[in-house]
Design a protein around this ligand. Structure first.
Ligand SMILES: [Zn+2]
Length: 219
C-alpha cells in the first residue's frame, strides 16, 4: 500500500471515503485534528503548548504541526502506508511534506481528488437534516437519504433540524475558500503526476470502487 492524500471540497464525503480506504487496506486514517487531540493528552512541553493554544481558540504553529506529523508518520502502523486527511492544505505545506517524506525514506503515492460540481454539493448541503436526539443524518434532497416521515427521525422518532452553517451562503463561502487554497496545491501535485480524480457525484459505494481501482493499479 502507499501513502495517500485525499482532497475534496467541503461536504463531498472525504471522511467517509478515507475511513473506507483505511478499513479495507488496514492502514491508519490520520487527520491533523486527531494528532492534536492525542498530543494534548501528553504530559510534555509540546502537549501543554497544544492544549493551551487549542483551548484558547488559537492555531498551532506550522513548525510544531510539521514536527507532530513527522513523528506520527514514523510510527510502526504507518509502515505499509496511511491516508492523510487535512494536510497538506497549501503549497508551502506540501513542500514541507515532501521534506518529511524524504527524511522518512518514503515517497508520495496518490493524491486522490473527489471532483464534484458546486451546484450538486450545494443541494446536498442545504438538504442535510440531523436528529436532535440521536444525531442520525438525513438528506431531503437525496432520494435514498430522506426520512420516512417528514422531519422525523427513522431511528428514534426525534425531531430533525438543519445546522446553522448548512445554509447556501455559508456553503458558498466555504467552497470559494476551498477553491482558492486548493488550486495551487493541485497544480503542484499535477506536475508531479500524482493526482487521480474520481467523480464525486457518484454514490458512496461507486466512489469507493473507483478509488480501489486506482489504488490497485487497474483503473
Ligand atoms: Zn434520532
Amino acid at each position: 500500500m502507499k501513502n495517500i492524500i485525499m482532497i475534496a471540497p467541503p461536504a463531498a464525503g472525504k471522511g467517509t471515503q478515507s475511513n473506507l480506504v483505511a478499513t479495507k487496506y488496514h492502514i491508519p486514517h490520520i487527520s491533523t485534528g486527531d494528532i492534536l487531540r492525542e498530543v494534548m493528552k501528553e504530559d510534555s512541553e509540546i502537549g501543554e503548548y497544544v492544549l493551551e493554544t487549542v483551548t484558547s481558540g488559537g492555531l498551532v504553529k506550522d513548525e510544531i504541526m510539521y514536527t507532530l506529523i513527522e513523528k506520527r508518520l514514523s510510527e510502526a502502523d504507518c509502515e505499509n502506508g496511511y491516508i492523510l486527511d487535512g494536510f497538506p492544505r497549501n503549497v508551502e505545506q506540501a513542500k514541507k511534506y515532501d521534506e518529511i517524506l524524504g527524511r522518512l525514506n518514503q515517497t508520495l503515492g496518490y493524491v486522490i481528488v473527489l471532483d464534484i460540481d458546486e451546484k450538486l454539493l450545494a443541494k446536498r448541503v442545504t438538504g442535510r437534516r440531523i436528529c436532535e436526539n440521536c444525531n442520525a443524518v438525513y438528506n431531503i434532497n437525496v432520494e435514498s437519504e430522506t426520512p420516512e416521515v417528514e422531519s422525523v427521525c427513522d431511528v428514534c422518532g426525534g425531531r430533525l433540524y438543519q445546522r446553522n452553517d448548512d445554509n447556501l451562503e455559508a456553503f458558498q463561502n466555504r467552497y470559494q475558500v476551498y477553491l482558492e487554497k486548493t488550486k495551487p496545491l493541485l497544480a503542484y501535485y499535477e506536475e508531479k503526476k500524482k493526482v487521480y480524480r474520481v467523480d464525486g457525484s457518484l454514490s458512496v459505494d461507486e466512489i469507493f470502487k473507483e478509488i480501489t481501482k486506482i489504488l490497485e493499479g487497474n483503473q
